[in-house]
Design a protein around this ligand. Structure first.
Ligand code: SAH
Length: 397
């Protein structure tokens, strides 16, 4: 492993600490209709509220504005009133790491102190943001570092869209340039299982796709799932984004062990859901991710079985060299085994690139994300609340 080139350390560009006592309502993550309703609740008349909501949308999602004072299309009086009742926040950046290869990982702290990671992977003329959907993950895939964390909680829509907003702040892309954006693509491949938090993920992605704001098209968004089969049709129908499947094994007995959700939704059901995914064509294929684990899933026979499984599904295969993490029970396959595997898949007519690991030196590569958040029991949360209440009584304002 190479050294970290820059630990940019704690940097908080948010206008206020996320955990500050503040009873202003957050506008980030709301639909236009919800913004309009919030304005009405704050005393705005019904009729203009709809137009005001569109104006706010433009400032928030097109210009990246966080300060009502600069929203000059609204009257000064309204701007002042909005500032007292609403906020437009960001997660706090509690760590900002840059890899030797340009990959950047931000550790984000949310208002309740929980943390998740978000990774920017730049290419020459574009870049993808790897977005988290949960703090931790319930899936316990054996080769994944995030799987060793307990799920703390789902992220809400504001926290998911907040990752995109924050990355744009850091990349200085407000308003976004029409060409050459360094945040051009989104992959829902960070911490968590997006299809176990579908409502919030869908709400956030609809905001991200909205043409009058961030405007990243569904063709440039990929959602990766370990195989929550019942949610795959909804993902296709409601979002129409590209789908990636963390397949990783071609036999149920092996997949049951390394991707335990397979016990619930075995390979056959998963492949049937993939075949039925709307909008597939040769130009629009499902990506099958396959982590190369030495001696576990990397034989030529596995490769041939993979080809057999993919029959009838417009597919491409993404071979991922296993990224190690402390205490991981697996090793990466040899270059030779990966090459042989890739050749078999390629010769059967499927694109089968080997994913170049990015950001390994800062533990930002696939499967290396983990934050220090740990699950708190309900009793812990109640105890903390009681302590806060007691302090509030002891120290009257
Ligand atoms: N829960 C979703 C989203 C996570 S995406 C899913 O499983 O698809 C993260 C991707 O990195 C998945 O394909 C995952 O299987 C893969 N991955 C996890 N641990 C890895 C590791 N140590 N090395 C390489 N890839 C890994």
């Amino acid at each position: 492993m190479t050294a970290i080139v820059a630990d940019i350390g704690v940097r908080d560009r948010a206008p206020r600490p996320a955990a500050a006592p503040d009873d202003r309502a957050e506008l980030l993550g709301l639909t236009r209709a919800e913004i309009a309703a919030a304005l009405v609740a704050a005393g705005e008349a019904e009729k203009p509220a709809k137009m005001r909501a569109s104006q706010l949308w433009h400032w928030i999602y097109y210009r990246g504005s966080r300060d009502f004072a600069e929203m000059t299309t609204l009257s000064k009086e309204l701007r002042e009133r909005l500032a007292t009742r609403f906020s437009i926040g960001r997660p706090v950046t509690s760590k900002d790491l840059k890899s030797t290869d340009g990959t950047r990982k931000w550790l984000l702290k949310f208002a309740d102190g929980e943390e998740a990671e978000c990774v920017h992977i730049p290419e020459d003329d574009r870049g993808a943001l790897c977005v988290s959907s949960q703090v931790g993950c319930t899936l316990t895939c054996r080769f994944c570092h995030t799987g060793t964390m307990k799920l703390v909680r789902n992220l809400d829509a504001a926290e998911i869209v907040g990752q995109v907003m924050l990355a744009r702040d850091h990349l200085d892309e407000w308003p976004s340039p029409p060409d050459g954006r360094m945040l051009s693509n989104i992959v829902m491949m960070g911490m968590g299982e997006p299809l176990y938090n579908f409502d919030s993920v869908a709400k956030a992605l609809k905001i991200v796709m909205d043409n009058e704001g961030i405007a990243i098209s569904k063709r440039r968004i990929t959602l990766s799932t370990a195989g929550v089969v019942p949610m795959i049709p909804r993902c296709g129908a409601e979002l129409g984004v590209n789908l990636a499947i963390s397949l990783h094994a071609v036999r149920d007995d092996i997949r049951d062990v390394i991707v335990p959700i397979n016990k619930k939704y075995p390979i056959k059901e998963l492949m049937a859901a993939c075949a039925a995914y709307p909008g597939l064509s040769n130009a629009r294929r499902i990506t099958f991710e396959y982590v190369m684990l030495k001696g576990v899933n990397d034989s030529p026979a596995d490769a041939r079985e993979l080809v057999r499984l993919l029959k009838g599904v417009p597919a491409k295969v993404n071979l991922i060299p296993f990224n190690p993490w402390p205490g991981a029970p697996y090793e990466c396959s040899s270059d030779e085994a990966i090459r042989k595997f890739s050749d078999i898949v390629f010769n059967a007519g499927y694109s089968s690139p080997v994913r170049t690991p990015r950001g390994r030196d800062i533990m930002a590569a696939c499967g290396q994300l983990k934050s220090a958040s740990v699950k708190r029991s309900k009793a812990d949360i109640l105890r903390e609340q009681a302590a806060k209440d007691a302090a509030a009584v002891a120290l009257p304002a």
